[in-house]
Write a protein that binds this ligand. Structure first.
Ligand code: NAI
Length: 248
């Protein structure tokens, strides 16, 4: 359980949902935490308290990951507290659903900025120190939607599919430097994000999911913890689905 002892993990959007579960799981496995949040400092603070209660370090870093200057400033602030980030989990994401025929440029740009450009910027910031240290883990949270496509989610599917392609390329570029890069692609998980989806649509999703249910944030977090652990030392460039069988 303590396989991440001495490692420092940065999780974006860690104040709630899947990011919160990932932060807590990595702490349980022994990592210290850099907790990024966009606006709700209280929720992020509660995650930090739980991490500290496990005997791990936890610091908060407020930043909109879609804002290049803010990401750069956060990188500087993090380096003052944690000289090295060993595990980067790009979890923060948003949806702005609309059929493509009705989608405007700003709905496209906003989703691509958070779900694709954000992780790219974060990777650009922290990959060099991982390569220098000769050990690192990049773990990107994509989506089953990037694999399957979905009505009303052209922006989101393109961003997540792009993130997977980016991850595979990074994985090849740093494979001999001790750094792995992988994605976890959740199916439909019970969080605030899916709370926006209508009951009727959720019932349909459950009916087409072989396991017949939605997933829990913790079921994604444990896959992330595996990818971060020494047990996954030969795993790179993969997109691991955790979707109840919805996409195989
Ligand atoms: P959520 O909406 O509950 O949490 C998203 C978190 O990201 C929030 O804490 C939010 O404040 C943060 N965030 C959003 N924009 C940000 C920004 N610009 N800068 C910094 N933080 C920002 O969503 P959930 O479900 O926990 O999603 C987490 C990740 O999992 C996302 O990347 C999402 O696309 C992905 N995912 C979720 C699925 C689901 O069914 N819930 C399915 C597949 C993928």
């Amino acid at each position: 359980m303590q396989s991440l002892n001495g490692r420092v993990a940065l999780v974006t959007g860690a104040g709630r949902g899947i990011g919160r579960a990932i932060a807590l799981s990595l702490a349980r496995h022994g990592a210290d935490l850099a907790i990024n949040f966009a606006s709700n400092e209280q929720a992020a603070g509660e995650v930090a308290e739980k991490v500290r209660a496990m005997g791990r370090k936890a610091e908060l870093f407020k930043c909109n990951i879609a804002d290049d200057a803010a990401v750069h400033a956060m990188g500087e602030a993090i380096k003052k507290v944690y000289p090295n980030i060993d595990i980067l989990v790009n979890n923060a994401g948003i949806t702005r659903d609309k059929s493509f025929l009705k989608m405007n440029h700003s709905e496209w740009d906003e989703v691509v900025a958070v779900n694709l450009k954000g992780p790219v910027q974060m990777t650009h910031l922290f990959l060099p120190q991982m390569v220098e240290k000769g050990w690192g883990r990049i773990i990107n949270i994509t989506s089953v939607i990037g694999q399957m496509g979905n009505f009303g989610q052209a922006n989101y599917a393109a961003a997540k599919g792009g993130l997977d392609a980016f991850t595979k390329t990074i994985a090849k570029e740093v494979a001999r430097k001790g750094v792995t890069a992988n994605c976890v692609a959740p199916g439909f998980i019970r969080t605030d994000m899916t709370a926006q989806v209508s009951e009727k649509a959720l019932e349909h999703i459950k009916s087409i999911t072989p396991m017949g249910r939605m997933g829990e944030a913790e079921e994604i977090a444990e896959v992330v913890a595996f990818l971060a652990s020494p047990a996954a030392s030969f795993v790179t460039g993969q997109e691991i689905g955790a979707n109840g069988g919805l996409y195989m």
